[in-house]
Design a protein around this ligand. Structure first.
Ligand SMILES: [Mg+2]
Length: 177
């Protein structure tokens, strides 16, 4: 996996990113990881800040879609509350489901960006699907056990990328048209 190519930028949290940033890049569809990107994995219903984010994206003409490795019922409950589409059991870092979804919806890959908190799964899937990606930090400390294992690889890898200057802050690409 070529890490250097896959990370477009880093943000501390998805909630830090100003929505016009996506518009400036011509992004029309935002694939959103759920657990520890939008909310804790324990949460079934979106928090107020997630609701506000989704509304803001819509107001800017961006279609949000949840892409989660978590199971159907929980992901669908969350997405249904927000009235947005979702891909559950997405099997990231494999891109098959994402690519099928984009193809079936007639969405061009250069209009899509994925935002997620894990290098191995989220950024890996974005790379495999050939779409831009933003890597975030986790928003809460608690993780599912599978994610805790991934963090063992993610943390040193992320630190290495940071050290080499390969995780530029999203603001680096913002406001410079
Ligand atoms: Mg996550």
């Amino acid at each position: 996996m070529c890490i250097r190519r896959i990370v477009f930028a880093h943000a501390k949290s998805i909630y830090d990113i100003e929505t016009p940033f996506y518009s400036q890049l011509g992004i029309k569809y935002l694939l959103l990881d759920l657990d520890n990107t939008l909310d804790s994995y324990r949460i079934y219903y979106p928090t107020l800040r997630a609701i506000n984010l989704i509304n803001d994206l819509r107001e800017h003409g961006i279609t949000p879609i949840i892409v989660s490795n978590n199971r159907g019922k929980r992901v669908q409950t969350y997405a249904h509350f927000l009235q947005i589409e979702c891909i559950s059991s997405a099997m990231k870092p494999f891109a098959k489901k994402i690519k099928s979804f984009l193809k079936a919806s007639g969405i061009e890959h250069d209009k899509v960006m994925l935002v997620g908190d894990q290098l191995m799964t989220d950024i890996g899937a974005a790379n495999a699907a050939d779409i831009k990606a933003i890597l975030t930090d986790k928003i809460v400390n608690e993780d599912q056990w599978t994610t805790r294992l991934n963090r063992l690889i993610d943390i040193p890898l992320r630190n290495n990328l940071k050290k080499k200057g390969k995780l530029p802050d999203w603001r680096t690409f913002y406001g410079k048209s």
